[in-house]
Design a protein around this ligand. Structure first.
Ligand SMILES: [Zn+2]
Length: 218
């Protein structure tokens, strides 16, 4: 029986790093659904072509099509132990459709792991980033400050804060996340699948808790 797990967390929660770590320790396939989608379109699979037709018309790709891609991917050899789903579902409707599709295969979501990080902490983590416009080096006010304030360690160019890293832009991303994800969190809470992990600690502590939460879900 395959173990299917959903990973949730705001931008800046370290979801990508934790997904890699979890995959390594459990043998579950880390399935970043955005990558899966682009791969299908690039490789012109039947489902990728169908998705392309919707996008060409400026329409949203129907959830059933994305779920078909997902089930195809989960049927491959490297996902036999199961998978960590990262990026899907994003809405309650998608979560319901995914549950129904898995149920048809006598499968289900084992757990939904939420890496809990407050908005203030996300702003602290993502808001302090400064980039070098010349060589691309990235610094952080708190975690990896440049030796001279405002200047690149490598090439001395004046550092800039990219538009994406401005506090207002981060706040907008957080608002979208909260709006989309809150109903999803409720949904998995109601079904008893939600496991909350305190994400405001070092990556090792968070990783250990995620593993423990996953083991307790089986
Ligand atoms: Zn530089």
């Amino acid at each position: 029986m395959s173990t299917y797990v959903i990973l949730l967390g705001p931008p800046g929660a370290g979801k990508g790093t934790q997904a890699l770590n979890l995959a390594e320790h459990t043998g579950l396939l880390h399935l970043a659904t955005g990558d899966m989608f682009r791969e299908n379109v690039r490789n012109q699979t039947e489902l990728g072509q169908a998705a392309q037709r919707y996008m060409d018309r400026g329409e949203l790709v129907p959830d059933e099509l994305t779920i078909s891609m997902l089930l195809d991917r989960l049927a491959r050899d490297d996902a036999q132990l199961g998978s960590l789903l990262d990026g899907f579902p994003r809405t309650t409707e998608q979560a319901e459709a995914l549950d129904a599709a898995l149920a048809e295969q006598n499968a289900e979501i084992a757990a939904t792991l939420l890496i809990d990080v407050s908005a203030d902490e996300v702003l602290r983590r993502l808001g302090g980033r400064w980039s070098c416009p010349d060589c691309g080096a990235v610094f952080h006010e708190v975690f990896s400050p440049p030796q001279t304030e405002g200047a690149c360690d490598r090439c001395s160019a004046a550092l800039i804060q990219r538009d994406d890293d401005q506090p207002e832009a981060i706040q907008r991303r957080l608002d979208v996340y909260a709006q989309q994800t809150a109903p999803l969190i409720d949904y998995y809470q109601r079904s008893g699948k939600l496991r909350r992990v305190d994400g405001e600690r070092g990556p090792d502590a968070v990783g250990a808790d995620l593993l423990a939460a996953l083991e307790s879900a089986d």
